[in-house]
Design a binder for this molecule. Structure first.
Ligand code: SAH
Length: 396
């Protein structure tokens, strides 16, 4: 495509499906740079220059679902199943809050039993109690990523969090291609997935006051650029506040081995294009740089930031559990302690011209606007202890 025409096209505020497909399919390095630079500039303009942390705690790999692509699917009997104790989860969350992470993300396999639902309530209550401070007056922000549940359950968790101002839920619909979705999920079992049901869950989450996050896997074998374009249109339809997307990667423990995986270089560029186009079309939503990007390229998450991401999710699960949470093969950082991850990450973020939003929960601006809430500011705190001083210094 003519460079001048492309430069003009990316600055548009609205796009036709044909234009979206064209942008998603860019491969020429110079064209991709034009898309990247516009997405980065648009992110700065709409979201500011900060990247926010969500300390990711993968607290259990016990799962009742059998999603064909996933390494921790129920039918994979090679996995050692674990559930972190309440104390362990709370300890990680408090650690994150003390480090200046404004929020944490609790993720697990999907379970529907009362014991689990109640366990999550207790964890949320305690995290809230232990993280309210002058620096985080509402406690550490919470993102849940626990799969499909009835509205009553989402409501119970929202109440338990004690922090509806900074409450989020991430439930990807994985693909808007109905046939592909069914193929990926229709394996025998009690907890078979249904695309329509996932949309109902997103609606229920919205009604319970969560900031609603969704997303897809990019480059699933059989998925076309038109499918990805429809995915973006679907993000618009569900009026998502946050997007989390990453490349589809092979997993030995899954069931799709025979389909293979796209060529890593192409898959990486397609993923970055998808992030950038999502930023251009959706505007002021939070977009997370998925860990899966880092599998394809050591600097994958930084590249995600350059293409429009403003959220990263450092893994803060205790080391001994990491190997048990391999949704896909070659997951990075399974041998790094959380502290190592955090300091190396800040350097990486600064290297791309962004700052870390220390002690800020980084709410989606789209959500703030919809709910007529002002932009977040750091609360004034009097600095007493050295520890607090450090956090404060980091914050300014
Ligand atoms: N059980 C919860 C959250 C855990 S799975 C849920 O279902 O929402 C989190 C995400 O990991 C999924 O939404 C999926 O998009 C991603 N994932 C799983 N297997 C993957 C694979 N093989 N490649 C890339 N992403 C994968």
């Amino acid at each position: 495509m003519l460079k001048e025409k492309l430069k003009q096209l990316v600055t548009q505020k609205q796009f036709t499906d044909e234009e979206i497909v064209l942008l998603l399919g860019l491969t020429d390095p110079e064209d991709c740079r034009i898309l990247r630079d516009e997405a980065y500039a648009r992110t700065t303009e709409l979201m500011g220059d900060k990247v926010y942390y969500r300390g990711l705690i993968e607290f259990s790999n016990i799962c009742t679902a059998n999603c064909r692509y996933c390494g921790i699917r129920k039918a994979n009997h090679q996995v050692n199943r674990y559930l972190m104790t309440k104390e362990e989860i709370v300890e990680q969350a408090v650690w994150a809050a003390n480090q200046g992470y404004g929020s944490v993300c609790l993720q697990s396999g999907e379970r529907h039993d009362e014991k689990y639902i109640n366990f999550v309530c207790e964890v949320l209550e305690e995290i809230h109690q232990k993280t309210v401070s002058p620096i985080l007056p509402n406690g550490v922000g919470i993102t849940l990523s626990l799969g499909d549940h009835p509205k009553e359950v989402y409501e119970r968790w929202a109440q338990a969090s004690g922090n509806r101002e900074n409450l989020r839920y991430l439930a990807r619909f994985e693909t808007s291609n109905q046939k592909l979705f069914d193929y990926l999920h229709s394996t025998p079992g009690k907890n078979e997935k249904n695309l329509q049901h996932r949309f109902e869950c997103l609606k229920a989450l919205r009604e319970c006051g969560y900031q609603v996050g969704t997303g897809v896997m990019i480059g699933i074998p059989g998925q076309t650029l038109e499918d990805l374009c429809r995915d973006i249109r679907t993000f618009q339809k569900v009026d998502a506040d946050m997007i989390g997307m990453g490349p589809y990667l092979m997993s030995e423990g899954a069931e799709l081995g025979a389909l293979g995986q796209r060529n890593p270089k192409e898959l990486m560029q397609l993923s970055l294009n998808m992030i950038a186009v999502t930023r251009l079309v959706l505007g002021n939503v939070n977009i997370a740089a998925a860990t899966a990007l880092q599998v394809l390229e050591p600097e994958g998450r930084e590249m995600g930031i350059e293409y429009g991401c403003n959220i990263v999710m450092p893994n803060i699960s205790p080391l001994k559990y990491r190997a048990g949470y391999q949704l896909y093969d070659n997951k990075p950082c399974i041998e790094d302690e959380p502290t190592q991850c955090a300091s190396c990450l800040e350097r990486r973020i600064l290297s791309r011209g962004r700052k870390v939003g220390w002690n800020l929960s980084g709410s989606s601006r789209k959500w703030l606007q919809r709910n007529r809430k002002p932009d977040e500011k750091l609360p004034f705190v009097s600095v007493k202890s050295d520890e607090k001083r450090q956090i404060w210094i980091k914050a300014i």
